[in-house]
Design a protein around this ligand. Structure first.
Ligand code: ATP
Ligand code: MG
Length: 424
């Protein structure tokens, strides 16, 4: 036998029955998007590397060390497997002048790629659902995108997700805060770890995001951005808070909440759970009013979020939320292969009428076929036996209800009795 070839480390196969959870999640997301009038967008998985370098900022974890970048051997182009969704969506919207007639509310679902150390909740190919609301500058849309996450938790049956919010203000306000931050960290240089030392002048805001326990008290004592916000930024933040309050959505203001990407301003938020260990952030997002212009479009505000599907599904499992698994309505038992043309014709008609029918393929004894029928969890067996067929009929045997009797149905018109097989 040939040496087996395995999947790439940190990239997972999603097989049945797990894939049913994924489909259920995606169906739930699509219904949610329809309720909020967000439309689907699909962009390529590969983009020109400079899109991410420009869009995310050169001094970010993603661009510094997590991107799958390569040279196109045909033409030397520098390409990258998308590590996140926003930059590509904004590029597409700019490229197609999609904002010419007003704002757009968009969503995507798909794989993202980051070269990280694989562990629970952290993979090299992972999946995100995300929304981008482009062309809207007010806190009303901030509240909208946050509350649609809450609606999703509810639809999924997830109770325990906490909301953290913060405001990053505007670039000038961040400059003033940045200067104060550098002064603070410089005064305590001996307490900084190597990564923080390196970031001190390039991206001091990211030091606040450190996971190093030894630096926590230093970070706690650092100057807070909120104290540097001007009137307009505070008004925007107050507007958001008023809408969340009115909607009865609790939140925590977390002054240390800074997003991994440079392009965020004003509102940032995260949905967090304690149930997933270190990888507790299941959704993160915020406003990025400068990004459209940075990508080469006419200035337009934007806000969005990205949600890690693996983490949400893991959390659902932790909380023992089990979606209904799809089972066939009926399992077709075929004692004699000679009957197959008639069987095929009948089950095709049933399927056309909306019944899920699994055909027993490959022959075998009645006993083994019934065993398979049982294992399929179908509610009925359709028995295409010689005696029944001779009468122009098929036997319908209830498999889940011992008290229900087997009955005969005419082969002539399956559509007439199809509804008796369909799930209630
Ligand atoms: P973290 O701090 O956990 O690295 P992040 O700030 O890099 O997260 P974002 O870039 O904001 O994450 O992505 C949005 C969401 O995507 C995260 O909140 C998380 O749920 C999910 N996510 C990010 N990276 C991964 C990964 N490598 N594997 C699985 N899910 C991920
Ligand atoms: Mg990360």
């Amino acid at each position: 036998m040939a040496e087996p070839i395995q999947a790439v480390k940190g990239m997972n196969d999603i097989l049945p029955p797990d894939s049913a959870r994924w489909e259920w999640f995606e169906d739930t997301v699509r219904k949610l998007m329809r309720r909020y009038a967000y439309l689907n967008v699909r962009t390529p998985i590969v983009e020109h590397t400079p899109l991410f370098v420009r869009g995310l900022g050169a001094v970010t974890d993603i661009v510094e060390k997590e991107m799958y970048s390569f040279e196109d051997s045909m033409n030397g182009d520098h390409l990258t497997l998308r590590p996140e969704g926003t930059a590509g969506v904004v590029r597409a919207v700019v490229e197609h002048s999609a904002l010419y007639d007003g704002g757009k509310r968009l969503y995507y679902i798909g794989p993202m790629f980051r070269h990280e150390k694989p562990q629970r909740g952290r993979y090299r190919q992972f999946h995100q659902v995300g929304v981008e609301a482009l062309g809207f500058g007010g806190p009303d849309v901030d509240a909208e995108v946050i509350l649609m996450c809450r609606a999703l938790w509810k639809d999924l049956g997830l109770g325990e997700v906490r909301l953290d919010i913060n405001s990053l203000g505007q670039p000038e306000e961040r400059q003033a805060h940045r200067a104060a931050l550098i002064a603070h960290f410089e005064a305590h240089r001996d307490q900084l770890d190597a990564e923080a030392q390196r970031r001190l002048h390039s991206n001091p805001l990211r030091i606040l995001d450190t996971k190093n326990p030894a630096m926590q008290s230093l970070v706690e004592a650092a100057p807070k951005l909120i104290d540097f916000l001007g009137e307009a930024s505070l008004k925007h933040f107050d507007g958001l808070k008023a809408m969340l309050d009115a909607a009865g959505q609790p939140y925590r203001i977390n002054p240390r909440l800074v997003r991994g990407m440079d392009y965020y301003n004003l509102t940032v938020f995260e949905w967090v759970t304690d149930k997933l260990g270190a990888q507790g952030t299941i959704c993160g997002g915020g406003r990025y009013d400068g990004l459209v212009e940075l990508i080469g479009g006419k200035p337009a505000p934007g806000i969005g979020w990205g949600m890690g599907i693996e983490r949400v599904l893991d959390l659902l499992q932790q909380l023992q939320v089990n979606p209904p698994l799809p089972v066939p309505d009926a399992y077709a038992v075929v004692p004699d292969a000679g009957a197959l043309p008639l069987v095929t014709c009948t089950i095709e008609a049933l399927r056309e009428a909306g019944v899920c029918v699994q055909l027993h393929a490959g022959g075998g004894s009645m006993k083994s076929q019934f065993k398979k029928a049982d294992a399929s969890q179908a509610r009925f067996a359709l028995i295409f036996g010689g005696d029944e067929l001779a009468l122009g009929q098929v036997a319908v045997k209830p498999l889940r209800d011992a008290s229900a009797a087997q009955i005969l149905r005419p082969l002539a018109d399956p559509a007439a009795w199809a509804h008796t097989l369909r799930a209630p």
